[in-house]
Design a protein around this ligand. Structure first.
Ligand SMILES: NC(=O)c1ccc[n+]([C@@H]2O[C@H](COP(=O)([O-])OP(=O)(O)OC[C@H]3O[C@@H](n4cnc5c(N)ncnc54)[C@H](OP(=O)(O)O)[C@@H]3O)[C@@H](O)[C@H]2O)c1
Length: 216
């Protein structure tokens, strides 16, 4: 059993991570801006207030935990720009306050920077709308930042190109920087199976200090 603090527990991905963690017997502290929005109750769930953009709040949430998970998002393109790279910096700054006692960090990333079979990156595809490019590059900037960090145990987990609520199959494939796609070229994962992969990484750390990705 691990003690996990989770930012973004109200979100599409974060709520699946919360369910999967509780299902596996972990103890979860959901760190939310508005506790009234989190209606889930469970004997091993604690809800506390916090802001991922405030390093003091991150440190308070992370203290005494084994793993800190961030599944935060910023809505439209500008919202992600204001949230994603700043949250990466705040998460690392907060963990640094705890020194050697800091838990490891697993942050939900983005698919935009993943390599495609033609040698390009997902965000090079033609016709992507501006808001989506902003979101993809916000995650790319956060990943570039994480890659400069060697004193905090971070992991960045990029979803497949398409992630949406669906079935929990428990089956998935992983790669480091290459997009995981099926034989039809489609790259997808359910939010439930993404959560399975994330909790597998919690329980069996294989990607400390690197990004990996998950898809079918
Ligand atoms: N294919 C891909 O690459 C792909 C696809 C989908 C999502 N994603 C990424 O996955 C992440 C999660 O996506 P999602 O769809 O699950 O997002 P979501 O449903 O919009 O949820 C985002 C969560 O972040 C929380 N949050 C935002 N700012 C915060 C702050 N300052 N402090 C604390 N919590 C904060 C929100 O809390 P409130 O409830 O208080 O607002 C909410 O719970 C995003 O970064 C998104 O870009 C990637």
């Amino acid at each position: 059993m691990s003690k996990i603090a989770l930012f973004g527990a109200n979100g599409t991905i974060g709520s699946r991570v919360l369910d999967e963690a509780l299902e596996r017997g972990h103890e979860v502290t959901a760190v939310v801006r508005d506790p009234a929005k989190l209606t889930r109750t469970h004997p091993r769930l604690t809800v506390t207030t916090g802001d991922v953009l405030d390093p003091a709040s991150v440190a308070a949430a992370a203290e005494g935990q084994d793993v800190l998970v961030s599944a935060v998002g910023g809505g439209d393109g500008p919202g992600h720009v204001a949230t994603i790279e700043p949250s990466a910096k705040s998460l690392v700054a907060g963990l640094r306050k705890l020194g050697d006692a800091a838990p490891r960090l697993i942050a939900v990333g983005g698919a935009g920077s993943l390599r495609t079979p033609d040698g390009k990156q997902v965000w090079d595809a033609e016709g992507l709308p501006e808001f989506l490019l902003q979101i993809m590059h916000a995650h790319g900037d956060a990943l570039d930042f994480y890659r400069t960090v060697s004193d905090v145990r971070w992991t960045n987990l990029s979803p497949a190109a398409l992630i949406e609520p669906g079935e929990r199959t428990g089956a998935y494939r992983t790669a480091l920087d290459d997009l995981v796609a099926g034989e039809d070229g489609g790259s997808r994962i359910s939010a439930e199976d993404y959560a399975v992969a994330l909790l597998d990484e919690v329980e069996r750390p294989r990607h400390i200090g690197e990004r990996f990705t998950v898809g079918y």
